[in-house]
Write a protein that binds this ligand. Structure first.
Ligand SMILES: O=P(O)(O)OC[C@H]1O[C@H](O)[C@H](O)[C@@H](O)[C@@H]1O
Length: 308
């Protein structure tokens, strides 16, 4: 059972801008979510996983994709939205860590604060409780905080502090599922010249030579040492989705295509046509080592421009 309820969270509500609810008319679940309304956009964020499932800026199609077949259960990750990956990406830098993508996306985060700024942007700050699972895997002394600022931009900041007495190593990611009109007409710009691990090809190291990364088959690439801004050209929706990363040296891009979709029971048969994951990450060679008392901050800021 969720430990926080809309009633217990009432003190964090902001009239006309931020309310807490159980479930959602469309997605029909019984988890607790924050619904945010600002002059420039609307968003929904579940406390389960600190998982954003909706960001709709005014005047454009929804920017975030959620699978209609996703589970919404306390012990399962949501398929779509923005899964938060921590303290490791996939099965970790040694391939031995479980569960896949860490505990953050299957843990109920705690509301720490909410804020309405003079421009009308709303900020929601959540913290990851120190659960027995995190303690057992050596992360009990690390504090993770996630801040969402919702407005014309969607800005997400993940802050990790080591309160322990020994250094810790971790990976992290904001595994964003961008909603696009048609994957075949979608390209990602900003990765030219980067070296990536091709997970489809046994992690072979390759170089992205072209300016635009095209999606013509299943793609699962971990681009290392890349901190520059990225653009997803969503040609079918006549718009560009811009991503500015902070404190993130890895970019992952993933689409399962028709070939891998049958292995993912929480995707609809045609889901792959309608999303592309472009993920703000620190993983593999870019994993973080944090000395006692240190804090690491990673951020991802998204905005959309429409094409004429
Ligand atoms: O199915 P999930 O555990 O959510 O992972 C979905 C995908 O996440 C990342 O993009 C990885 O690089 C992929 O290898 C993985 O398939």
């Amino acid at each position: 059972m969720p430990t926080q309820t809309p009633e217990s969270l009432q003190k964090f509500a902001i009239q006309d801008h931020l309310t807490f609810h159980v479930g959602n008319g469309n997605l029909n679940h019984d988890l607790v979510e924050a619904r945010i309304v600002t002059p420039a956009s609307e968003a929904t964020i579940l406390l389960h996983g600190a998982h954003l499932t909706r960001w709709n800026p005014t005047g454009t199609e929804p920017v975030i994709y959620v699978s209609p077949k996703s589970a919404f259960a306390e012990d399962k990750p949501i398929r779509g939205g923005i899964p938060v990956l921590y303290p490791w990406f996939a099965s970790g830098w040694d391939g031995q860590h479980q569960p896949m993508h860490g505990f953050a996306r299957i843990t109920e985060w705690t509301v720490q604060s909410t804020h309405l700024d003079p421009h009308g942007d709303v900020t929601l700050t959540l913290t990851l409780p120190s659960t027995p699972d995190l303690q057992k895997s050596g992360y009990g002394q690390c504090a993770a905080t996630l801040r969402f600022r919702v407005g014309k931009e969607l800005a997400i900041t993940l802050e990790v502090t080591n309160h322990g007495s020994a250094p810790i190593v971790f990976e992290e990611g904001l595994h964003t599922y961008f909603a696009i009109g048609d994957i075949r007409q979608t390209t990602t710009e900003g990765l030219q010249g980067t070296t990536y691990l091709d997970k489809r090809d046994n992690f072979a190291k390759k170089v992205q030579t072209e300016r635009l990364l095209h999606y013509t088959r299943d793609v699962d690439q971990v681009h290392l040492n890349t901190a520059t801004p990225l653009t997803v050209h969503d040609a079918a929706n006549r718009r560009d989705i811009h991503i500015v990363k902070g404190g993130s040296d890895t970019t992952v891009t993933w689409n399962p295509w028709s070939v891998m979709t049958p292995t993912l029971p929480d995707l609809a048969p045609d889901s792959w046509e309608h999303f592309v994951c472009v993920e703000t990450v620190n993983a593999a060679d870019n994993r973080i080592t944090l000395a006692p008392g240190q804090t690491h901050v990673m951020s991802s800021t998204v905005h959309v421009t429409k094409l004429a």
